[in-house]
Design a protein around this ligand. Structure first.
Ligand code: 5GP
Length: 208
């Protein structure tokens, strides 16, 4: 299969509470690309308003472990006491159907994807400051104080790994971050190795 027929895998990552979900939703509202979101599986309990199959596939620890054994995750990680993972079959199938697929995952999982799919596009969403990140996690109101501190400690480690990514997008405002991410997705579609395989061969006569 030609690279140009395949969608781009976009891995959106960064600390919990940075606003990845909000930015992602905005990108989906406005993107003109054939973009799909890969719904993750988790052992975390649903938050108020979250829907099974839309926000996550909520499963038990046993179900999650069985999937690991069967090799059915592209990546998975334990994050502050819960497991999260990306279904492999869905991602492969959609990329091959020519859709761009976006994952929204934490850093450990993103680094696993980098090992197996180094051609994916890795975007780190960064907070303007640690104070602002703390403020956003507390304001979200979904974590008790002990968990807020756990997420802040984890965030420090995650920000230390930002250099592993192709791009770092500051989430100062949702619109700014959304515009930056849409520009990056556009750029992926213009990468020379993608374009040359189709257009280049046909128009410039660069072999076939
Ligand atoms: P939350 O509990 O706030 O929904 O998610 C906690 C963290 O897990 C977030 O950073 C989120 O991006 C990440 N996450 C969600 N789904 C996945 C996944 O499939 N794999 C990995 N590695 N992390 C995920």
């Amino acid at each position: 299969m030609r690279l140009t027929d395949k969608g781009v895998l976009i891995v959106l990552s960064g600390p919990s509470g940075v606003g990845k979900g909000t930015v992602r939703a905005k990108v989906f509202e406005e993107s003109h690309h054939r973009l799909e979101y890969s719904v993750s599986m988790t052992t975390r309990k649903p938050r108020v308003g979250e829907e099974n199959g839309k926000d996550y596939f909520f499963v038990t620890h046993d179900e999650f472990k069985a999937r690991i054994k069967e090799g059915r995750f592209l990546e998975y990680a334990e994050f502050v006491g819960n497991f999260y993972g990306t279904p492999l079959d869905y991602v492969q199938e959609r990329l091959e159907a020519g859709m761009d697929v976006m994952l929204e995952i934490e850093v450990e999982g993103a680094l696993q994807v980098k090992k197996v799919m180094p051609d994916a596009c890795f975007i780190f969403v960064a907070p303007p400051s640690m104070e602002e990140l703390h403020h956003r996690i507390v304001n979200r109101g979904t974590e008790d104080p002990a968990r807020v501190e756990g997420r802040m400690k984890k965030a420090e480690v995650e920000i230390g790994l930002a250099h592993e990514y192709d791009y770092i997008v500051m989430n100062d405002t949702v619109d700014n971050a959304k515009n930056r991410i849409m520009a990056i997705i556009d750029a992926q579609h213009s990468r020379s190795e993608r374009v040359l395989e189709g257009y280049g061969k046909k128009v410039l006569g660069l072999g076939e």
